[in-house]
Design a binder for this molecule. Structure first.
Ligand code: AMP
Ligand code: MG
Length: 419
């Protein structure tokens, strides 16, 4: 049995804020960013569209062949037996056939070539017998077959992408097919990231006996390395209420979101709360989640502030469960497909008390019969960042859930789209 942490913190404190309530409070307190920018469509992947896109013309522009074959008029095909047609010319994509086509005649036609006047049907070349400059076909063909109609992809005048859409590769292709070069999108969210702690050092600094390399800023910057975000890296801040206050205030002049890690516990050097109390609307919550219990949330001027815990796993867990949904909401995305959660058989037992959500790092694996199972990554301490590195999914043990027995179904949140 995996024990998520074998010490006295297993005793669930009364009065903790349940995860769903904390998230609801966060989402209800967010400003929406309405500023837009106009950029080349090549750069719009994963941005939020800020205008409706209407098809200015049909795509495809003309009826064209869906096959390599022969274009003819279905009316000329005899209802029984074989019919012979004379091949009088050829049409290629980008090189149409413009002469008249009479009864009993056909043209050779390639995929994408415009269907000329006087024909309405394309016969696949595999269904044709070629005899000199004639073709023979049987009677089993219907009018209109193998023709892509003008506007069947995008009909002129129709709204094809709505403002608020999360822009995908296919959307960029659609805009290109209409000849659109630039489009209006929401501007990038500016997110400031700071690590707090006197023990922290930067990569390249000489460590002493008390030092600890700052890893939180690296995992957060990597998780936020997305086309819709501009990161403001604030570096390491010392454990001093004055330093924190000045730095957070300065960040609030440019950032939409400020994220700090560390200093939100009840230790004597935990000054994030103190600094924030002086700078405006800040709530400090103890959330019924493990890992990640203490969290400061609020506003400094126009910035949203998240004071995440210091332990590296607690950082990534609270970031995924609270900060990421806030980012999505602030981006104004209306339709982004969420990574689905799965109900999966757990291949080991996990000790758990009801009264808090536990976010266990898991390895989701497909079995040879196609079904999935999940197991933990092993030790689950909130300082064991390796548990995140080994994992490909979170196992979410809900607030009221007790110990999971081997073989029970558990909720699994795959990392895809999360990190
Ligand atoms: P704190 O809440 O500030 O006491 O932080 C809790 C623990 O998290 C510290 O004792 C460190 O071990 C660890 N920690 C805090 N900040 C960082 C950081 N930026 N990178 C890596 N570990 C950190
Ligand atoms: Mg600290």
């Amino acid at each position: 049995m995996i024990t998520t942490q074998a010490n006295c913190t297993d005793i669930v404190e009364p009065g903790l804020l349940p995860v769903d309530q904390a998230l609801a409070k966060i989402l209800s307190a967010l400003p929406s960013i309405e500023d837009n920018e106009i950029i080349n469509i090549e750069k719009t992947k994963a941005r939020t569209l800020a205008e409706d896109i209407i098809a200015s013309n049909n795509v495809p522009l003309h009826n064209n062949s869906a096959m390599d074959g022969y274009a003819l008029n279905a009316r000329d095909i005899a209802t029984e037996g074989v019919t012979s047609f004379t091949v009088i010319g050829s049409a290629f994509a980008g090189q149409p056939y413009t002469e008249a086509i009479s009864t009993g005649q056909c043209i050779r036609i390639m995929t994408g070539a415009i269907i000329p006047a006087g024909v309405d049907t394309v016969i696949m070349q595999e269904q044709v017998e070629i005899k000199n400059d004639c073709i023979n076909i049987d009677h089993r063909h219907s009018a209109g077959q193998n023709i892509r109609l003008a506007g069947e992809d995008l009909p002129k005048g129709e709204m094809i992408l709505q403002s608020g859409k999360f822009i995908t590769a296919a959307d960029i292709g659609l805009m290109a097919s209409l000849g659109i070069a630039k489009v209006k999108v929401r501007r990038k969210l500016k997110i400031a990231i700071a690590s707090t702690g006197n023990e922290l050092i930067n990569i390249g600094d000489t460590p002493n006996i008390n030092s600890l390399y700052d890893s939180n800023r690296y995992s957060l910057c990597a998780a936020l390395d997305r086309p819709d975000i501009e990161i403001i890296n604030m570096g390491i801040l010392q454990d001093s209420p004055e330093v924190l206050l000045a730095s957070f205030k300065q960040a609030s002049e440019t950032a939409d979101i400020i994220i700090s890690t560390g200093g939100v516990s009840v230790g004597d050097a935990d000054y994030t709360k103190t600094a924030l109390k002086q700078s405006g609307q800040v709530d400090f919550w103890k959330i019924a989640i493990k890992p990640g219990r203490p969290l400061a949330f609020g506003r400094i001027n126009n910035s949203v502030f998240f004071g995440l815990p210091g332990n590296p796993v607690a950082v990534m867990v609270t970031f995924s469960q609270f900060v990421l949904p806030a980012i999505e909401a602030m981006q104004g995305i209306k339709d982004k497909a969420k990574t689905p959660t799965l109900q999966v058989q757990c291949s080991e037992s996990i000790r758990k008390r009801s009264g808090r959500t536990e976010v266990i790092r898991g390895i989701l694996k497909q079995q040879t019969d196609g079904s999935y199972t999940v197991k933990t990554t092993g030790k689950q301490g909130s300082g064991i960042l390796r548990s995140m590195s080994l994992a490909n999914a979170f196992i979410i043990l809900e607030h009221d859930r007790n110990t999971v027995q081997t073989g029970e179904l558990v909720t699994v949140q795959p990392f895809s789209g999360l990190f």
